[in-house]
Design a protein. Sequence first.
Length: 202
Amino acid sequence: MIELWWSPVLELDPIRSRLSEAEQTRLADFSAPQAAAQFATARYVLRNLLARHCGCEPEISIQPGGKPMAEGLEFNLSHAGDWVLVGLSDSPLGVDVERVRKRNLRAVAERYYTADEMELLRRNEWSTKLFTRIWSCKEALVKATGEGVRRPMNEIDVCAALKGWCPFEGWNILSFGAPEGHVAALASQVPQNMDVYRYVDE
């Protein structure tokens, strides 16, 4: 089972009180209003989705390696621009959403992309969207494994994930559709059908 939930970033004041004490403490550390709203929306939507699944206020626990889970469900969060993405599954997963924006593509690619990924970018005239799709796939994988920045990104080749499920060291990576101006990716241990929803408060 894989559920992917999209939510636009919500206004902060109406949802602030629904966050836990620890989350409200973290919220106070944000200096940028957009980043605060992204964080609050992600946690608010996650709590509501977990409550729908278990029928109670969810208890979030930390697994060995630092990855959280709740009521037997694995979850992962990502946010960028005006959107939040929440992934739920009965097996480990990672999700990532990125806003497509101009950046120094060549400098980043030379450091973090494989030779095949670099060649793909050259053949596509250094497309910003393609560059961001590749990056998103890499991010989804390291979020799923919990390796984060410890894993050199130029060791992860995700070219095949741009066309369908791409197996990589026991994981499977997929680039999938996202709201206008964004891209998204998923990494899962099992390549399976996913259900995609737009989050609405009940």
